[in-house]
Design a protein around this ligand. Structure first.
Ligand SMILES: [Zn+2]
Length: 147
């Protein structure tokens, strides 16, 4: 179940397009218009080449769990009735890692390298979560498999 009661995100010049995509159920990632490197978090300058030009690309939202924690104590009062829940670092196929809740499986079943899909449940609500999928090994694993 997607967490309820999270604060609305702060939308600034750099992140507005990301959150607008989430509102529409799309994962949009900022990429450098000159070298193609994805930027996370969104920002004005490419960390790879220094370019200040960027574009936005729609991502399929597939990746793998890189790391995670399972929250068992009520760190956020609004989420106290939803314990335990998992929050992880999701390595997207684009090579960047974003923070996301992880649901759709028992917290004990989450493991590093678990294939996931970023999902949106409610149109107009920017909250997203990562859910397990099958038949996907992640871009990094595919690269390693090719060697
Ligand atoms: Zn660049």
């Amino acid at each position: 179940m997607m967490l309820r009661g999270l604060q609305q995100p702060i939308r600034d010049h750099d992140t507005a397009e990301f959150w607008s995509g989430c509102d529409e159920g799309q994962l949009r990632l900022q990429a450098c218009a000159d070298c193609g490197q994805y930027r996370w978090p969104p920002g004005p300058v490419c960390g790879a080449c220094g370019s200040m030009s960027s574009t936005w690309q729609q991502s399929p939202g597939t990746g793998v769990v890189f790391s995670w924690v399972v929250v068992h104590v009520p760190l956020v009062p609004a989420l106290a009735d939803q314990l335990p829940y998992a929050v992880g670092l999701i390595e997207l196929d684009e090579g960047i890692r974003i923070v996301s809740t992880i649901d759709g499986c028992a917290p004990d079943d989450i493991h590093a390298g678990m294939p996931v899909q970023i999902s949106f449940d409610n149109p107009g609500d920017p909250v997203y979560t990562a859910r397990p999928i099958t038949g996907h090994t992640g871009a990094r694993s595919q690269d390693e498999g090719a060697k």
